[in-house]
Design a protein around this ligand. Structure first.
Ligand code: UD1
Length: 337
């Protein structure tokens, strides 16, 4: 059986996806430069699945190293490309670092895929491509607005690069999954989100505050045009998200599937405010979160949640786990840290 290359496979979403793929019998090679993940994740994956995936320490934005990697790994059938920088605020401070890393790595992957006749690519895109949508829930047909950050722009441009490359190479097929807000951890609490330094995202900040690693959570803005004034997102359990990659893999490997480039919203279809997240977390864990209301965070949008009809019908995938499940698993993971 041929292999699936998972770039960024020791990262948060990558590691959960590798577990789902191994559990379904796929053979994996992970390529990761470990700038935002730890090598111990491989042992954790082995503990969960009984199989330690092949690992190569590799910076995919390095074209020579990537070329050499594909030459020695000549049995790859499909690539899932997670490896990228993802901090919105940092991308505003260091735009070139984001364009350099996120776009060069994608172009290197596509170059090597064409060179080695690898036909299938799953790409990690984001709901950030929609900006603040005029109509909610947001569908895949909603307009792509000017990106609010260089990070967001890398996702928009990346989708265009894939689409243009497919137009010129009829052998290539791709599915871009537009993730909403992934949260939570595997039920074993052996893998989860491992933010290095101060977390940017809401859930790791919540769990670290409750664990006593952070003094207080700031709720960024309570004067949005929402019921309780705090911003709304579509929080999806990372295991549901990982399973979407499994379904996308099967779809691409299906020889009857002739569709060349598809995009899917991967969310729950529900929106929750920051205060709802806080209340649900307190209810399911019995813990208290020390928080204050703070000014809005620059670049944040007011509300977004997914219309998942297309993913549900066409992909045959649906998020199964609840916000409560996800928050409890995030807390169980934090307690092991
Ligand atoms: C953003 C991007 C998303 C990207 C992700 C990666 C958008 C719309 N979304 O998600 O594409 O993949 O970053 O990091 O650009 N909040 C607080 N206090 C905190 C942290 C967050 O109140 O300490 C609030 C935010 O204001 C927001 C919500 O919690 O309303 C979620 O924030 P976060 O987890 O950072 O994700 P997004 O900004 O939605």
């Amino acid at each position: 059986m041929k292999k699936i290359l998972v770039t960024g496979g020791t990262g948060y979403i990558g590691s959960h996806t590798v577990v789902e793929l191994i559990n379904s019998g796929y053979k994996i090679v992970i390529a990761d430069n470990l700038t935002n993940s730890k090598i111990e994740v491989l042992d954790r994956i082995e503990k969960i699945t009984g199989i330690k995936p092949q690992f190569e320490k590799l910076d995919i934005s390095d074209s020579k190293a990537t070329k050499a990697f594909f030459e020695t790994n000549n049995d790859i059938e499909l690539v899932i490309h997670f490896a990228a920088y993802k901090a919105v605020g940092e991308s505003v401070q260091k735009p070139l670092m984001y364009y350099q890393n996120n776009l060069n790595s994608l172009m290197n992957i596509l170059t090597e895929m064409s060179r080695h006749n690898i036909e299938n690519l799953i790409f990690s895109s984001s709901c950030t491509v929609y900006g603040q949508p005029d109509i909610l829930p947001v569908t895949e047909q909603s307009p792509i607005k000017k990106a609010d950050s260089p990070y967001g722009n890398t996702k928009q441009v990346a989708e265009e690069i894939i689409s243009d490359t497919i137009f010129s190479n009829k052998n290539l097929k791709s599915i871009a999954l537009r993730y909403f807000n992934p949260i939570g951890a595997h039920k074993s609490a052996l893998i989860g989100e491992l933010p290095i330094g101060v977390p940017n995202n809401l859930i790791p900040f919540v769990t670290q505050t409750v664990a006593g690693k952070r003094e207080q959570l700031s709720v960024f803005g309570n004067n949005y045009n929402t019921e309780d004034g705090t911003a709304i997102r579509d929080y999806i359990h990372v295991v549901d998200l990982a399973q979407a990659h499994l379904v996308a893999t099967e779809r691409l490997l299906d020889k009857n599937n002739k569709l060349d480039f598809e995009t899917f919203n991967i969310g729950t279809g529900r929106g929750n405010s920051v205060l709802e997240v806080i209340n649900t977390f307190e209810e399911v864990t019995g813990e208290k979160i020390n928080y204050k209301i703070a000014p809005r965070r620059l670049g944040d949008i007011e509300k977004v949640w997914a219309d998942t009809t297309f993913a549900n019908k066409e992909l045959g995938w649906k998020a199964k786990l609840s916000l409560a499940d996800a928050l409890l698993s995030a807390w169980n993971w934090e307690k092991t840290q």
